[in-house]
Write a protein that binds this ligand. Sequence first.
Ligand code: ADP
Ligand code: MG
Length: 339
Amino acid sequence: MSFVGCDMAVDLGTANTRVYLRGQGIVLDEPSVVAINTHNGAATAIGSEAKKVIGREPGNTVAVRPLRNGVIADFEITQRLIRYFTLKVHRRRWAARPRIVVSVPSGITGVERRAVIEACAQAGARHVHVLDQPMAAALGSGLPVHEAAGSMVVSIGGGITEVAVISLGEIVTAQSTRVAGDVLDDAIVQHVKKEYSLLLGERTAEHIKITIGSACQPELNERIEIRGRDLVSGLPREVVIPATEIRTAMEGPVNAIVGAVKSTLGECPPELSGDIIARGIVLTGGGALLHGLDTRLRNETGIPIHIADRPLDSVALGAGKCVEDFQALQPVLRTRPRR
Ligand code: ADP
Ligand code: MG
């Protein structure tokens, strides 16, 4: 049996976890959600099965997103998530004790980092290496991180937006904000509640954002039918909402994301700014797919914006590169943002 064949990379995202196996690529992609039985604390479902439960929980079940805001809100549940996913991809080949490269939100604390390492070790890893998500995203988007030239990557996930400038294999300057996909969804929930007295589930709000949400002025007559629960009567009700309204509802969080990009540019050493103007900014993470966000950023910064080829996969692919070529990429595994 080949030991190295089992080495793996884990993208522990606030919305989705992805697992990359050496030589195979991404083999698992599931929501970072655990459904817990409140009576005995047992996990009743993990991943895709658990996401279906969100907003539909029967009385004795809660669906937990342990990484929701880009921090580890619940150690123990995060550990279960890691253990479950790593065991799921490895099935019976576990005896090989693989090397794991795990990519974590850059804002987590030292204690949380150690908890993740511990969880991977408990799941059977021989060695655990931690890679900051902005570095993984940059590697996975194909940015030349080792060159003596500045690259900027903006990674918009579910719980966190991370903006980083990378040069010579290091994060030169970085910012993160909790304004990301979840906050956009919540802005839609709040708007519909206020203007239509209708309560929406978070999954419905996410669906609205993905189908019709925009960071730029959308087509004038686009609209969407949405269903929720009337706040007053308590009965199910349907309304039709124009896309322009959804755009306005998301304006605050979109501005915050644009602001994080601008202020990171403002902290960037001038030589690196020059490189970024020439090469452009790479957008990645699921939020990079928000309609019109690239145009909006281009208009506001005057810099070319490129959406990564596989924005949802770039962190896992970047961490996967470290697994494929461990020697060459070992230096980036020690990278810490300088704040
Ligand atoms: P994380 O790294 O935090 O796990 P992901 O990179 O997997 O997050 O992205 C998930 C986020 O991207 C969710 O908030 C989801 O709603 C959002 N998202 C996915 N596809 C789209 C899309 N087409 N338009 C806008 N947002 C999207
Ligand atoms: Mg991610």
